[in-house]
Write a protein that binds this ligand. Structure first.
Ligand code: NDP
Length: 334
């Protein structure tokens, strides 16, 4: 059982030395338990928070423990009548080849419905984040403009596509011309803007001539600075992620923008709400049915960035926080 453990807490950007590949015995399933062999491992930005000791909404990974991750695994031994060998199920196995679980919180994955890896992406946690955050907090109406950053990733790409299904204009913000082209040419976004280009704030303003009614916040930082002046009265801002700051070691020494943001919240009557996907756990079934239906009907598309081999997880994860991935980042473990 190969596993990748947290060797040290990263300071700033993680480095390969913060991770260690170890061998451990394959665990034995006890009464009521199943043994899973990991097939697919999800790499997600939230893992950077788990590597830190800072207090957050979930516990940190201990030094020496496998990094947390959701996986799709194959049942190889079962002492639980609900699962039989060969079944594919989701689990929080972490960065390792095998895990034992009692199956609570696991979901069976039907490869006839969609490729199993989609249970970690468009039909899994990131897809549900886009669906619930946009529909409950963003509440886009026909004719409105919805802007989203990290727009080629699993969350942002679905936010933009659902916005369009609701009759809104979708404006994607992404790093580089290839990702921007993908958004407009393959996903049908109305416009895409490269946040790395020198004229980014002007280009964003040009792409949003009627202002922004919903800004789905995935990144923060310079992107939010460019969005702020474009927000319309009564704009809604689901605060989903702030990936531009996940490697930060201190608050940037910029001018204090809090008074300006508070004034704008008042004068423009902004609705700013942070959320964690599990706040909407009761909508999981509705999400899977509706997005599953759109996927089947070809009304929603997705893209995966597949990394081969567990040993490559650290470098792929380091790249995720810098935009090296193009689509949902998954590791094919076996
Ligand atoms: P992505 O696959 O989109 O990967 C993150 C992307 O962020 C990178 O590819 C990069 O894209 C972009 N990025 C990184 N640094 C910057 C920067 N400085 N400025 C602008 N963009 C940057 O990730 P996900 O779709 O999985 O996640 C998107 C966001 O949603 C994250 O913030 C994540 O933490 C959050 N999230 C929140 C959840 C919740 O429950 N609240 C649940 C799931 C995800 P590019 O090349 O385009 O810059």
């Amino acid at each position: 059982n190969r596993r990748i453990v947290l060797a040290a807490r990263p300071h700033g950007e993680p480095t390969p030395d913060d991770f260690r590949l170890e061998e451990a015995p394959v665990p034995e399933p006890g009464p009521g338990e199943i043994l899973l062999r990991t097939r697919w491992l999800s790499l997600d930005p939230y893992m950077r928070g788990r590597m830190s000791a800072a207090k957050s909404y979930a516990a940190s990974v201990e030094i020496g423990a496998p990094i947390t991750a959701e996986t799709v695994g194959e049942v190889v031994a079962s002492n639980n009548p609900a699962f039989k060998p060969g079944d594919l199920v989701t689990a929080f196995a972490g960065w390792q080849d095998y895990c034992v679980t009692d199956g609570k919180g696991s979901r069976r994955v039907d490869p006839a419905v969609a490729p199993p890896s989609t249970a970690l992406g468009v039909l899994g946690m990131p897809g549900m984040t886009a669906y619930t955050g946009l529909l409950n907090i963003g509440r886009p109406k026909a004719g409105e403009t919805v802007a989203v950053a990290a727009a080629s990733g699993p969350v942002g790409s679905l936010v933009g596509q659902i916005a369009r299904l609701k009759g809104a204009r979708a404006v994607g913000i992404a790093g580089g011309p290839d990702k921007c082209r993908y958004l407009t040419e393959e996903l049908g976004f109305d416009a895409a803007v490269d946040h790395r280009a020198a004229d980014f704030p002007d280009a964003l303003a040009a792409a949003c001539p009627g202002g922004i009614d919903v800004y789905f916040e995935n990144v923060g930082g310079a992107v939010f600075d460019a969005v702020m002046p474009l927000l319309n009265d009564f704009a809604r801002i689901p605060v989903c992620g702030l990936v531009s700051a996940y490697n930060a070691t201190e608050v940037p020494p910029d001018p204090d923008r809090l008074p300006a943001l508070m004034r704008m919240t008042l004068t423009k009557r902004l609705h700013i709400q942070g959320f964690i996907v599990w706040d909407f756990a009761s909508q999981a079934q509705a999400f899977r049915e509706e997005v599953g239906g759109w996927l089947k009907a070809g009304r929603v598309r997705y893209r995966e960035d597949v990394v081969e081999g567990l040993e490559r997880a650290p470098e792929a994860f380091i790249g995720l926080l810098k935009g090296r991935n193009f689509g949902k980042l998954v590791v094919r473990v076996s």
